[in-house]
Design a protein around this ligand. Structure first.
Ligand code: ZN
Length: 130
């Protein structure tokens, strides 16, 4: 059973103060100086994956680095984790295996191009050459 502090999405004031002291007024990715309004407290590993808002998972980033991290790494990582979790539960992509393309390879109604579907019987197979 997670504690209430484990399910908190935002950092507490104590964690923010400690992270700010740790960063010395600089972005922890590009080391650019940051001031009020030009930085953000960021989860190093996305909160959606860890539910961890402790100091160990907190960093100060400038807004540019935060955008790069969020859209370049965090969102794809969260989406991949969701896909893997769905795959583990037997949930596949939309339409996969449930709604095949009409007359496609996996359709029940597939037929050869320019011809009718015929059952392969011994009568219409080519005789074996020996
Ligand atoms: Zn930065």
């Amino acid at each position: 059973m997670p504690k209430a502090s484990d399910t908190r999405r935002n950092f507490s004031a104590a964690v923010k103060r400690a992270a700010w002291q740790h960063c010395n007024g600089r972005c922890q990715d590009c080391t650019a100086p940051v001031a009020a309004g030009s930085f953000i407290y960021d989860h190093i590993v996305p909160w959606e994956l860890t539910r961890n808002s402790s100091l160990a998972n907190c960093q100060v980033l400038c807004l540019t680095c935060d955008d790069d991290k969020t859209y370049g790494r965090d969102i794809p990582m969260i989406a991949e984790a969701d896909r893997k979790a769905d795959f583990h539960l037997g949930i596949t992509g939309p339409g996969r295996g449930r709604c095949p393309i009409p007359c496609g390879r996996s359709s029940r109604w597939s037929k050869p191009i320019g011809g009718c579907r015929t059952a392969a019987t011994a009568a219409n197979r080519l005789p074996a050459t020996t």
